[in-house]
Design a protein around this ligand. Structure first.
Ligand code: MG
Length: 203
């Protein structure tokens, strides 16, 4: 499986990092070794002194597809969960300045923490879905999918022009504003609608 992630998909977050609004989705990938499951702790790696959390809604792909039309894109994911796109912001900033790829900042081991997944038909409205991250019991990110720049369907249609989607692939759909640094000893908890999906420690 692979992890496809969308950058700059919530305008307020684009602004907080002083990036331009994208005219098409910004895509990067994480390898399967990036996946961190079952609320296992995240260990801060020693190559970065500025690891950021980014809470995101994550889609699970349910069948193989290429060149998927936007109007059929919803048929290609059947489950939804939450994830943290851990980012070495210090490395990313240097690589952005130099015009270099982001892999070292985005694709390292355990950089894609994921929750359990639920069938998407259990969600009342995918286009008006609240999600929240608390760190040490304080709200840091409060997002709603209604503020997304590129819809889930647009993302799937766009990505599948270039990359074949396969069953089990995960799509991180972008983070809202409020990103920031994690520290040793932090407790991360995240909710999708009113249900807790993530609850793990930073070590
Ligand atoms: Mg992200």
């Amino acid at each position: 499986m692979k992890v496809i992630a969308i950058g700059r998909n919530y305008a307020a977050h684009v602004k907080e990092l002083n990036n331009p609004l994208p005219s098409s989705p910004v895509i990067f990938m994480k390898p399967d070794t990036a996946v961190l499951k079952d609320n296992k702790p995240f260990y801060i790696p020693d190559f970065s002194s500025d690891i950021h959390y980014e809470l995101e809604v994550v889609l699970k792909v349910c069948k193989e597809g290429k060149h998927i039309a936007e109007k059929f894109a919803a048929n290609y994911f059947d489950e939804v969960g939450l994830g943290i796109d851990f980012t070495a912001r210090d490395i990313q900033t240097i690589h952005k300045e130099k015009g270099l790829p982001w892999e070292l900042a985005k694709s390292f081991d355990n950089s894609a923490a994921i929750s359990r997944f639920i069938p998407k038909d259990q969600i009342a409205d995918l286009n008006n879905l609240e999600f929240e991250l608390k760190i040490n019991n304080e709200t840091r990110q409060l997002g709603n999918t209604k503020n997304i720049l590129f819809s889930f369907e647009k993302i799937i249609a766009f990505v599948s022009q270039y990359i074949t989607l396969k069953k089990g692939d995960l799509i991180f759909t972008g983070t809202p504003e409020g990103v920031g640094q994690v520290h040793q000893g932090d407790k991360l908890e995240a909710w999708l609608a009113d249900e807790q999906f993530l609850n793990f420690d930073i070590k």
